[in-house]
Design a binder for this molecule. Sequence first.
Ligand code: ADP
Length: 567
Amino acid sequence: MANNETQFNNVEKLQNDLNEYKTRVSMLERANKELEQRVKGSDAAEPAPITELEETLRRLVTRIAAILQAEKCVFMLYNKDDDVLSAAKPALGFTDEEIKKFKIPATQGLSGQVYKQNKSIILYDAASDERAMKDIAAMLNIHNGASVPLIAEKRDEENRVIDRTTIGVLHVFNKRYGNIFIEEDLNLLERLAKNASAIIQNAKIFREVVEEKEELEQIIESVYSGLLMVNNQGKIMQMNTTARKMLSVDTTDVVGKQYYDIIENSAIKDIIVRSITDHEEVTEEVDMMLYNEEERTYQTQTALVKDNDGEAIGTVAIFNDITEIRNIERMKTAFVSTVSHELRTPLTSIKGFISTLLADTEGYYDADTQREFYQIIDTECDRLTRLISDLLNVSRIEAGRALDLNLREVTLPPLIDKVMSVQKSYTNIHTLITDVEDDLPIITADEDKVDQILTNLVSNAIKYSPNGGNVTLTCKKKDDGVIFSVADQGMGISEEHLPKVFERFHRVDNRDTRKVGGTGIGLYLVKHLVEAHGGTIWVESVVGKGSSFIFTLPPKPPVEEEEEETA
Ligand code: ADP
């Protein structure tokens, strides 16, 4: 009788337990649904913190251990990169240190078997079970357990299972009150595992989506081009830093706002309207004034963003800064016309003097005058040759070829004197002063090229001092080499142009310089020639006061790596 009563009580207890389990299972299912909902409607949901999975696991292990009356509960998740199952943090009944160590190849031990065979196992006595010893030997105090695979199911819209993936193994260990796990526990654990797998899978997908989204945002944020994404309702979906800067938007809080409230530039507004209302893909160049009043040219290109059905749902605009490209193009065009002009001037003069001489059949011009004409023709021919060789050198540099140096020992004072006396003959309003230190070292250099550097700088000093003044060439010892300076008292160069004068085709364009002929390649070549010798060049200048071009030359040019190797 007493026995029957005990049995009855047991059945009643089991019934109660079962009811409680059912309630807990339905709680888990609800939690799972909520999470699924969040993943599906990820627009509306706030981005989940990366610890979402940990939080989920913490809840699961506690509940499952309570339901199964287990002391310990741990999820082993499969990692396909290294083909291992590793214990996920947090687990119940294990320290963080133990969890870290609990990592085994997906083919080994109890966990491996459950994972590979997709079959649940009861561990009746851990101490005598070899499989258990393989993976949980390191763990303390495991007497018995129940292990089930974690199978994530993918379902279609009609809730039919379309795919099953085993994502890991769920273990419970050490049944409380000295009991062991039985088949029913295993069945219950399998049901719990099914829900848990779905929750974990969702949390993982959610994390991946969040990570991908963040990564994409990072990429968009850091691209050099400006990027703006607007949906069909005119709401800004993305706008990176570059786009905000160029459109002078001073707030970062732009997502979700109407583009016409945020963007002032009417040309850009017009492009966006055309894209989102007429579904037109536009390519246009737009000039924009930046915060610092600098005007820049952007190539603006829009592309329609389409959904899966091919319907346009918005537009993405990319802005590329093409100011420099346009500047170079403009300079190249100006360069072609100045070069033509520079070539024609000496040619006109040569042609003029030759025609005059040819026409003089009567011997009207005496020998001295004729000689003077020949002298002019000779000088103009030199000018043409110099110009053409400059052009050839520019094209060599542009093609990435180094300037060949014909090196030998150069005694500088006679070279300096020669340059100064040639230049003196071109002007009668300037005083040319030479200030050369005694005992200058003899340097190894290409004499013609040093001549070209000095000639260029001194002739510029004369050219850009239309009212005359002193032109002073100084040369001093510096370290083992020398330092030159060519100073004038001319028009000077404004601060804004200073960093650019060594760029090719760059000419300061103002009323004064326009009167002076030039191609804008002289200083570009000078800089390359100085650097080919291993020296440096810079300029100091004050508008209206004059300029000093200063450069250094080492005792000899550095040896090219290639030559060093062959030497
Ligand atoms: P260019 O053939 O025009 O003289 P350069 O390359 O020699 O070309 O010089 C580039 C520009 O730098 C010139 O157009 C001029 O505006 C400026 N520049 C060069 N030297 C001087 C100088 N000594 N004083 C003032 N401006 C100068």
